[in-house]
Design a binder for this molecule. Structure first.
Ligand SMILES: Cc1cc2nc3c(=O)[nH]c(=O)nc-3n(C[C@H](O)[C@H](O)[C@H](O)COP(=O)(O)OP(=O)(O)OC[C@H]3O[C@@H](n4cnc5c(N)ncnc54)[C@H](O)[C@@H]3O)c2cc1C
Ligand code: SF4
Length: 468
C-alpha cells in the first residue's frame, strides 16, 4: 500500500540550539499540517494500528475526525480510551506499536499517529473549559489510589467517571510520577502539558493528597480498616535504581539516572533560579541504552558536559524510542556500542577520573530473544570522565511489600497481580511498573484502567453478596 502524499515532517528546534536549553524539542503540527497528515490515513476497515495500541484507541476514528476538522469529536474519541493523550502522543514508542503496524508503513511511511494524537491532546487542553464534565451520581463507595503516575491517574479517572469517590495518595510533593520526576522538560513540558492533564483528572472530582508515603504515613491496612476505603489500587511504580555492583561505584561523581533526573526535573536544578545542586561535570558517561539513559545523557549535555552513552549490545538492540536516539545523535551525543564498564576509576581524593571498559561482541540469543553480549578477552580500555550515571533499570521500592501482610511479590519485588490487577489481598489491586517492573506509560495507563474495571466488578459483587 502506498500513499501519494508523503508523511508531513514535524517542525523541531534546531539541534545545536536545543542542546543548550531545556525547551521542548518538537514543536508538533499546526492545523494545516495535522489536516494534511490526517488525510493520508486510509481509514482501514480492519485497522492494524488499533490492534497494536495497548489501550485500543480508535485511531482511524480520531484521525478521520481531524481530517473533517472536528477536533472536539477527535478529542472525545481518544478520551474514551486514553486519559493522557498529550503525554502519550509525546512519549509512546509508536514505532513498535500503532505506527509500526500501520499498513502504509509496508511500502512507505506510516501515518504519524503519535504526532496527530499529540495535536488533538494539546487542542483538548486548550479547549478544556468548553467541554462540560458530566459525572454520574456518587455511588457512596470510596477507593484509595497509591501513586499519581500514569497507572494511578488512569485508574482514578475511570473510577471517578463510574461514580466512586477517589483519593490519590502521592509520596512526592508533585503529581505525575515519572512524568514529572523522570522524563525531562525538553521532551514533556511540565506546566504546559503534565499539570494540565492532571487538572483534567481533578475536574472529574478526584482528590489528590501529596507528601503522603503509604507504608510510612499510612499503611494499606490503615486505608482499608481505619480510613474506611472499600478498595485500594497500588500504582507505586518502580523507582528503586539498580547498580552494576562493580568496583568504584561508591566514588564521588557516580549517580543513578533516577537521582540525576529527579534533581534536574522535579527539583528544577537546570533552572538557575532554583538552589538545587547538580553535578554534570566536564565529561559524563551514561551506562545503558533505554529511554532513561537517553534522557540522562541529553540532560547532561544541556548542562554543558561532553556526553557519552556506553551500551553493551549493538545499536539494533537499543531499547530507547527511535526518535530519542535520533535526537540524541543530532545533539552531538557520542554512542559507544558493544562496550561495558568493569570498573569506575577514582583519583586520590575519591572522585571519578574515568571508567574502565571492555569491548563486547554478540553471541547466541538469550531468553529475551536478543543476542547476548560476550566479553572480548583482553579488550580493556579506559574512558576519561568525571561523572558516571547508571541507567540500568529500576525495581519497585520494597516499602509497601514490607508493610502489607498477605501481599505476594516476586523475587524482584514486583507485586503479583493478574491481568486485571487482582492481587493476593482481597480488596487490594495493583498495576503499572509496580507489577511489571519498569515498562511504558501506555502499559501503566492500560493496567490502571483494567484495575478500575476489576475494582468496580469486585465492589458490585460484594454488594450483591451483602444484599442476598
Ligand atoms: C527517565 C524515564 C524516561 C522514560 N521515558 C519513557 C518514554 O519515553 N515512553 C514511555 O512510554 N515510558 C517511558 N518511561 C517509563 C514510564 O514513565 C513508566 O513506565 C510509567 O511512568 C509507569 O507508570 P506508573 O504509574 O506505574 O509509575 P510511576 O510513573 O513511577 O508513578 C508512581 C508514583 O507512585 C509514587 N509512590 C511510590 N511509592 C509510593 C508510596 N509508598 N506512597 C505513595 N506514593 C508512592 C511515586 O512517587 C510516583 O509518583 C520512562 C521512565 C523514566 C524513569
Ligand atoms: S493502519 Fe494506518 S492507514 Fe490504516 S487506519 Fe491505521 S493509521 Fe490509518
Amino acid at each position: 500500500m502506498a500513499n501519494k502524499i508523503p508523511r508531513v515532517p514535524v517542525r523541531e528546534q534546531d539541534p545545536t540550539r536545543r542542546a543548550t536549553n531545556f525547551e521542548e524539542v518538537c514543536y508538533g503540527y499546526n492545523a494545516d499540517e495535522a489536516a494534511l497528515e490526517a488525510s493520508r490515513c486510509l481509514n482501514c476497515r480492519v485497522a492494524r494500528c488499533v490492534a497494536k495500541c495497548p489501550v485500543n484507541v480508535n485511531i482511524p476514528g480520531f484521525i478521520h475526525a481531524i481530517a473533517e476538522g472536528d477536533l472536539a469529536a477527535a478529542a472525545a474519541i481518544i478520551a474514551a480510551d486514553s486519559t493522557l493523550p498529550s503525554v502519550c502522543g509525546r512519549v509512546c514508542p509508536q514505532e513498535s506499536q500503532c505506527e509500526g503496524s500501520c499498513v502504509l508503513g509496508i511500502k512507505g511511511e506510516p501515518v504519524a499517529i503519535g504526532k496527530l494524537e499529540r495535536y488533538v491532546g494539546d487542542w483538548a487542553i486548550e479547549h478544556a473549559d468548553e467541554a462540560p464534565v458530566k459525572l454520574p451520581e456518587r455511588n457512596g463507595k470510596r477507593v484509595a489510589v497509591v501513586g499519581s503516575g500514569p497507572a494511578g491517574l488512569a485508574c482514578a479517572s475511570d473510577l471517578a467517571k463510574a461514580g466512586y469517590e477517589v483519593k490519590i495518595f502521592e509520596a512526592l510533593h508533585e503529581v505525575g510520577g515519572v512524568l514529572v520526576y523522570g522524563i525531562p522538560e525538553f521532551r514533556l513540558p511540565k506546566e504546559r502539558i503534565v499539570a494540565r492533564e492532571v487538572e483534567a483528572v481533578k475536574r472529574l472530582g478526584v482528590e489528590i493528597e501529596t507528601d503522603v508515603v503509604i507504608g510510612r504515613t499510612l499503611t494499606i491496612d490503615d486505608l482499608l480498616d481505619r480510613e474506611g476505603y472499600d478498595a485500594v489500587f497500588i500504582g507505586s511504580g518502580a523507582g528503586l535504581p539498580r547498580f552494576m555492583g562493580i568496583e568504584g561505584e561508591n566514588l564521588n561523581g557516580v549517580f543513578s539516572a533516577n537521582e540525576f533526573l529527579t534533581r534536574a526535573n522535579l527539583m528544577h536544578a537546570y533552572d538557575e533560579s532554583y538552589d538545587t545542586p547538580i553535578y554534570a561535570g566536564r565529561k559524563v558517561v551514561v551506562v545503558g541504552g533505554g529511554n532513561v539513559a537517553m534522557d540522562a545523557v541529553r540532560t547532561a549535555k544541556r548542562l554543558g558536559a561532553e556526553s557519552v552513552i556506553v551500551y553493551r549490545r549493538s545499536e539494533a538492540e537499543l531499547p530507547a524510542r527511535v526518535e530519542e536516539v535520533h535526537h540524541a545523535k543530532q545533539e552531538g551525543i557520542e554512542f559507544r556500542m558493544l562496550t561495558n564498564p568493569v570498573r569506575v576509576l577514582g583519583d586520590e581524593r575519591g572522585w571519578v577520573r574515568g571508567v574502565e571498559c571492555v569491548e563486547m561482541e554478540l553471541g547466541e540469543p538469550d531468553e529475551s530473544g536478543r543476542r547476548s553480549p560476550v566479553v572480548k578477552e583482553g579488550s580493556n580500555f579506559e574512558i576519561d570522565c568525571d561523572v558516571v550515571i547508571m541507567a540500568l533499570g529500576t525495581s519497585p521500592n520494597p516499602l509497601i511489600k514490607h508493610t502489607t501482610k498477605g501481599l505476594d511479590t516476586t523475587r524482584r519485588g514486583c507485586i503479583v497481580a493478574d491481568e486485571n490487577g487482582v492481587t493476593s489481598r482481597p480488596g487490594v489491586f495493583a498495576g503499572g511498573d509496580a507489577v511489571t517492573g519498569a515498562a511504558t506509560v501506555i502499559l501503566a495507563m492500560g493496567a490502571g484502567r483494567k484495575a478500575a474495571a476489576a475494582i468496580d466488578a469486585y465492589l458490585n459483587k460484594k454488594d450483591d453478596a451483602t444484599n442476598v
